[in-house]
Design a protein around this ligand. Sequence first.
Ligand code: ADP
Ligand code: ADP
Length: 229
Amino acid sequence: AHAVEVRGLTKTYRPAGKAGPKLALKGIDLAIPRGSLFGLLGPNGAGKSTLINILAGLVNKTEGAVSIWGTDIDAHPRQARASIGVVPQELNMDPFFTPREMLELQAGLYGVPKAERRTEELLDAVGLKDKADAYARSLSGGMKRRLMVAKAMVHSPPVLVLDEPTAGVDVELRIQLWEHVRKMNREGTTVLLTTHYLQEAEELCDTIAIINHGAVVACEPTAKLLRRV
Ligand code: ADP
Ligand code: ADP
């Protein structure tokens, strides 16, 4: 089975108020192989966040089928959700919690037994060992982003999903974050990320799906895609 498989996926938002229904996804088919570092590339408003929010269970799909690591999200939503770690775009966190506390809390929420927790290993993996006991308010944006990556990995999901991981991040931190994402992938995690930077997709991803106006307009190995643009 694939890491993620999406068939005929549609999403219609029905906003309250005067605005009419908005067809955000128009029948998407996507198969993401296990082990890949997969990029969803497209302009703002293309439907990237909608797609990954559906994978995360945060938005209900309108039609279609989605399975994660072989588990259908309708049949077994909680099991499907347990197979992915999601790094949201927003860096919302309690300013007076420390990275160590947040990772322990998350491990508790996911029922990871104390003996199986990887708090130190994760802090090390994202370069936050020195900040393990600092208040979150003292972390830079890049550190917060890396903490969110560690938090998404607490339950050891086989699939890691990142929504615009480097939006609003300066060049130096972007390169640092890329290195962390590559490392997670090398160590066996399937990565799915969204981006509107061609350069980011090109640098990081082995396969790119271009999404525009709620449809996949191309999906190819990065090298092959680049030969055509
Ligand atoms: P749904 O009921 O389709 O799941 P949500 O609960 O996600 O919709 O959205 C609640 C409201 O927030 C919607 O009625 C919509 O008007 C507004 N909204 C949220 N995000 C957006 C956006 N990106 N563009 C337009 N409207 C939005
Ligand atoms: P992207 O992540 O590629 O920027 P989104 O998935 O956020 O795209 O949005 C796709 C389309 O759906 C946009 O036209 C956006 O305005 C609309 N949209 C997103 N969320 C909502 C919502 N909650 N209610 C209404 N429209 C929404």
